[in-house]
Design a protein around this ligand. Structure first.
Ligand code: PBG
Length: 330
């Protein structure tokens, strides 16, 4: 028996029929917009490697937030650039730290806008690592001290939630961080605050522009002892599984573009909401090409967003969030 020719083109003849049979969609509800808050006053400074993304001081946040809310974006991911740094990142868990102050201000201005707090030490430590570092002068090397780092990360998460953060997003990749933070939040009476875990975070060159933006490049060494090897995918399942067992409410894969297969694998193995982080260099590359007139920014970005959704992401953290929201409005 011979097969008839399958006529796929029948379903592509008009925009209306394409809309009817479309499998995936992007909505403003899928978007989380990262926001960098810096110390000082009257600061609105463009990040050179990320055109269109700014550092704001707390007193200048209002105009940016008004735009985000008017576009219908429901969540921001908050990063802080503190005035002072030290070996233990103490401004990360200072109740009057930059993130805590900004959170209070944002919740006061827009109680319904969700504040997702990035919980890490790297912006707050003078060495730029995500945890406490022990330098062994005899062996001439430095190690991250996992459990001591956990204590400080728990303090950070609790102080962020106490300041009003709606979701805690730990990005530090220490072992056991979800369990420790869950326990810390619960003991502080914050059992209703969910954890969006950066479960599957690769040691990636795609974070370069962010490290300029957050002034968080490691001063020595790299993050390969705690972030994942880009060559591994089975390890991603192990990482995500640990986070699920430890009490994560949402999982994340980061970066996104070069890791679509990882997004798919995590989606197929776990039923928690899955977040894709469209990171800084993924943004900067598109911006640079668009500024040169080499690509059509809007269609490239929208195709990328649909790609994340098709791969299995439920939510997308992206520096393009405001543009996407605008384009979706048509
Ligand atoms: C902090 C953190 C980083 C990013 C988000 N949180 C940097 C890193 O791990 O080096 C990167 C985000 C981006 O590149 O957009 N640990």
């Amino acid at each position: 028996m011979s097969f008839p020719i399958v006529r796929n083109r029948r379903l592509r003849g008009s925009q209306a029929i394409r809309n009817l049979v479309r499998e995936t969609s992007v909505s403003v509800n899928d978007l989380i917009y990262p926001l960098f808050v810096t110390h000082g006053s009257n600061v609105k400074e463009e990040i050179p490697s990320m055109p269109g993304v700014y550092h704001y001081s707390i007193d200048r946040l209002e105009e940016e937030l008004a735009e985000v809310v008017a576009l219908g974006i429901q969540a921001i991911l908050l990063f802080g650039v503190p005035e002072t740094k030290d070996a233990k990142g103490s401004s990360a868990y200072d109740p009057n730290g930059i993130v805590q102050q900004a959170t209070r201000k944002i919740k006061q201005l827009h109680p319904n806008l969700l504040v997702v707090a990035d919980t890490c030490l790297c912006q707050f430590t003078d060495h730029g690592h995500c945890g406490v570092v022990h330098v062994d002068e005899h062996r001439n090397c430095a190690d991250i001290v996992n459990d001591e780092s956990l204590e400080l990360l728990v303090k950070t998460a609790v102080s962020q939630a106490e300041a009003g953060a709606d979701i805690i997003a730990p990005s530090n990749m220490m072992d056991g961080f979800v369990h420790a933070i869950r326990q810390g939040l619960d003991e502080a009476g914050l059992e209703n605050v969910p954890i969006m875990s950066y479960s599957v975070k690769y040691a990636s060159s795609f974070y370069g522009p962010f490290r300029d933006a957050a002034h968080s490049a490691p001063q020595f060494g790299d993050r390969k002892t705690y972030q994942m090897d880009p060559a591994n995918v089975r390890e991603a399942i192990r990482e995500a599984e640990a986070d699920v067992v430890e009490g994560a409410d949402m999982l994340m894969v980061k970066p996104a573009l070069a890791y679509m297969d990882v997004i798919r694998v995590i989606k197929e193995n776990f039923d928690l909401p899955l977040v894709a982080y469209n990171v800084s260099a993924e943004y900067s590359m598109v911006k640079a090409a668009a500024q040169n007139g080499w690509i059509n920014e809007q269609s490239i970005v929208m195709e990328t967003m649909i790609g994340f959704k098709r791969a299995g992401a439920d939510l997308i953290i992206t520096y393009f969030a405001k543009d996407v929201a605008r384009w979706l409005k048509g």
